[in-house]
Ligand binder design. Structure first.
Ligand code: AMP
Length: 265
């Protein structure tokens, strides 16, 4: 199973192609999940491109698409909630988007129960979501193997996202501060810098120099999302920042990923 919110792009395609290569039968789910959007977020204007999405799924040989309505997923009278507690659910993305991961957890659990897949595929770009889903798959004894796939980037280094469609050409240029800031911090780490706040400051300065409004930059453990003072290989630099009305997130794995773009680009 490959859960998505549609508006499929090359990032989704990579997950789907890998799932098709590794499994006998693949179902892609397309559902813009209201439960994971806050009241002032972009649920209403989130891009919806179902015809093009279904065309892509046909091209890559997916066996089924599951495109439920909101009413089918959340019938009247539903009272069951899931709560992702502790730093994993409540820090960073969880702090900026209260209730977000509870909404993600509920929909992912319902999709896993509906499809009973052997494996489910998620993108590293949404790193905290991956950690939440890994944890819930284990906590709820689902037996589903969670496969995390590398972030797909445009040639200039920007992580591909459905929300990139919101950016004006000028904002799209300034957004390159994200991959270049991360690349700079990775280069510092490779040169021996282990102080997390120094690495975070490097990224933050890069973003602020281009007028991005930084929500957070942090160095975290991949599984718990607790912040570390001393950075080590496999720790992740995670960030969220706003450009105009668009909020973007990104992540690199220290000592694992190659830099998203050359330094100073
Ligand atoms: P979304 O439709 O944004 O909810 O994304 C559906 C799945 O695709 C999630 O597991 C995302 O992490 C993954 N995904 C989105 N963008 C990318 C990308 N650029 N590279 C890899 N995976 C991605």
């Amino acid at each position: 199973m490959v859960p998505t919110m549609g508006a499929l792009h090359a990032g989704h395609r990579a997950l789907i192609e890998r799932a098709v290569a590794e499994n006998d039968r693949v179902v892609v789910t397309i559902f813009v999940n209201p439960a994971q959007f806050g009241p002032r977020e972009d649920f209403a204007r989130y891009p919806r491109t179902l015809d093009a999405d279904l065309g892509l799924l046909g091209d890559v040989g997916v066996h089924a698409a599951f495109v439920p309505s909101v009413e089918a997923m959340y019938p009247p009278g539903l009272v069951t909630r899931l709560d992702i507690s502790g730093p994993l659910g409540e820090r960073l993305e969880g702090a900026s988007r209260p209730g977000h991961f509870n909404g993600v957890a509920l929909v992912v659990t319902k999709l896993l129960v509906a499809g009973l897949p052997d494996r489910a595929y998620f993108g590293q770009k949404d790193a905290q979501q991956c950690a939440v889903v890994r944890r819930l798959a284990r906590d709820l004894d689902t037996g589903v193997e969670i496969v995390v796939c590398p972030t797909v980037r445009d040639t200039d280094g920007l992580a591909i996202s459905s929300r990139n469609l919101y950016l004006s050409p000028e904002e799209r240029m300034r957004a390159l501060a994200i991959p270049s800031g991360l690349a700079e911090a990775m280069a510092q780490f490779d040169a021996g810098e282990r102080d997390s706040s120094a690495l975070a400051t490097t990224v933050r300065s890069c973003l602020e120099n281009k007028g991005l409004d930084v929500d957070y930059v942090a160095v975290v453990k991949a599984d718990t999302f607790s912040e570390v003072e001393t950075a080590a290989p496999t720790n992740q630099i995670v960030l969220a920042a706003r450009i105009g009305n668009t909020r973007l997130i990104d992540v690199v794995r220290l000592g694992v990923d190659t830099a998203p773009v050359g330094r100073g680009v």
